[in-house]
Ligand binder design. Structure first.
Ligand code: DAH
Length: 343
């Protein structure tokens, strides 16, 4: 039995010298010292020993157990140290590597132009209102004096969702909604930027989605001259202090009289390719709010008057940045978008 114990001692220490990971340490602990391990197996023969031999062998067995345990511990510590070092090595960071540049976005050219226009009107005491892109037929047409089957509806081919709901064809429904919400209070003085939708075949100058800014002012004694004054101020702030405006008679069902407004071109009126040598660029539709529109929204048209206008943002952005294809605004080509700085 003594030889068996000594042999076990030798074998265990020998085997422990050759192992390489901490899981094996645990396996060997079980193999040699576990309940069903080699040492226990040898000690099962203790009963057969004489009374003198038993304490001696018992002591030897304890020594062997201690030897193995100590070795196990030593090996375990050494392996863990090695494993930690290997992990540190694996996960080491090279702080001298150059960083990856973060892509910085910039604002969309339409956003830039909208913000610029908003600033101009905020400066004149207007506030910014919001409407819905999915709109009721009532607000998009009827409340604007465009009853069902009115021929002027043909001017705006529409995307209908149901009989009564459509993608708004212009931002003008915000006029009716705002006046309804104000419940007859004056002054009403809002602008409303937003997307609008029309059934159109997309090409360089047409897009089925585009952006408008609506304007509305209602109060006592609001006159056509106020409209002209506000639009002239707008033109001069947007296009330079020498810019002028020109009103041409037009027709919109929700205004009477109605006018289309041109602004002096950036060329100063001399004529260039942008204005096709006319010296003017057409920027908006406008007029005095039709009495029926005021009445439908709950305003007394004998007491109050108002003006309204709707301008196309893409048209202005295209002139301002010399962009020749309206689809550029909606196809989101980064090479295009990156040309607009963040001011
Ligand atoms: N809603 C018109 C359009 O989309 C533009 C317009 C014209 C708006 C005259 C107005 C206005 O507010 O008074 O063509």
């Amino acid at each position: 039995m003594r030889e068996r114990l000594e042999q076990l001692n030798k074998e265990a220490l020998e085997e422990l010298c050759h192992i390489g990971n901490s899981q094996l340490v645990q396996d060997l602990r079980v193999k040699y010292l576990g309940k069903k391990g080699r040492l226990t197996e040898i000690l099962r023969g203790m009963g057969k020993l004489s009374a003198e031999e038993r304490p001696i062998i018992g002591q030897l067995a304890n020594t062997v157990r201690e030897n193995i345990e100590q070795k196990l511990e030593e090996v375990k510590v050494a392996i863990e140290k090695k494993e930690i070092e290997a992990k540190l090595q694996r996960e080491s960071l090279d702080v001298t590597l150059p960083g990856r540049p973060i892509q910085v976005g910039n604002r969309h050219p339409l956003t830039l132009v909208i913000e610029q226009i908003e600033d101009v009107f905020l400066g004149m005491g207007f506030t910014v209102a919001e409407g819905f892109e999915v709109e009721q037929d009532y607000y998009n047409f009827e409340a604007l004096n465009l009853p069902k089957d009115h021929p002027a509806r043909d001017m705006q081919d529409s995307f209908y969702i149901t009989e009564e709901i459509l993608m708004r064809t212009h931002t003008s429904p915000v006029q009716a909604r705002t006046m309804e919400k104000m419940e007859g209070e004056v002054p009403v003085k809002i602008i409303c930027p937003g997307r609008v939708y029309r059934r159109d075949n997309d090409d360089a100058t047409h897009s089925h989605v585009f952006t408008q800014i609506e304007g509305l002012m209602v109060g006592e004694n609001v006159r056509m001259s106020d409209l002209k004054g506000v639009l002239l101020e707008f033109a001069q702030q947007m296009f330079g202090e020498n810019a002028g405006i020109r009103l041409r008679p037009s027709f919109f069902p929700f205004t009477e009289p109605s006018a289309e407004v041109d602004v002096t071109c950036m060329c100063g009126g001399e004529g260039c390719k942008i204005c096709k040598n006319t010296g003017w660029i057409e920027v908006l539709g406008s007029g005095m709010v039709h009495p029926r529109v005021l009445e439908m929204a709950g305003y007394d048209s004998e007491k109050y008057t108002g003006f309204a206008f709707g301008l196309g943002v893409e048209r202005i952005a295209m002139k301002k940045y010399d962009i020749d294809d309206i689809r550029q605004f909606y196809t989101n080509d980064l090479r295009f978008l990156k040309q607009f700085n963040r001011v």
